[in-house]
Design a protein around this ligand. Structure first.
Ligand code: HEM
Length: 75
């Protein structure tokens, strides 16, 4: 059976130190509560290729983030 996607094991590793520093004025990508709160806005930004500002996520990362939301945004 496939393990549900968790922030700690699967989502946190998606965010580079550069991403975190760039976005710290708005939210902390290394904080579960912040990413949970901003999840829908983050999905829109990465799906549109607007974020990260330097290089869009591969589709695999977008699908993983989407699945995390669908699985209930587990910590
Ligand atoms: C995975 C990495 C990243 C995610 C998930 C992300 C997510 C977001 C989101 C959701 C917004 C919209 C904020 C709002 O609605 O107020 C945003 C805005 C922005 N991001 Fe990112 N970001 C990432 C990486 C970066 C990087 C690497 C840069 C550039 C160095 C960057 C620069 C910006 C800027 C300049 C804005 C506009 C801020 C504003 O409206 O004042 N982001 N980002």
């Amino acid at each position: 059976m496939q393990m549900p996607i968790s922030y700690k094991n699967d989502v946190y590793p998606l965010f580079r130190d550069f991403d975190r520093k760039s976005m710290l004025a708005k939210l902390d990508l290394w904080k579960y509560d912040d990413v949970k709160q901003w999840a829908d806005k983050i999905l829109v930004a990465v799906e549109n290729g607007l974020m990260p500002c330097d290089a869009a996520w591969p589709d695999k990362s977008i699908q993983l983030f989407k699945q995390w939301i669908a699985d209930g945004k587990l910590p």
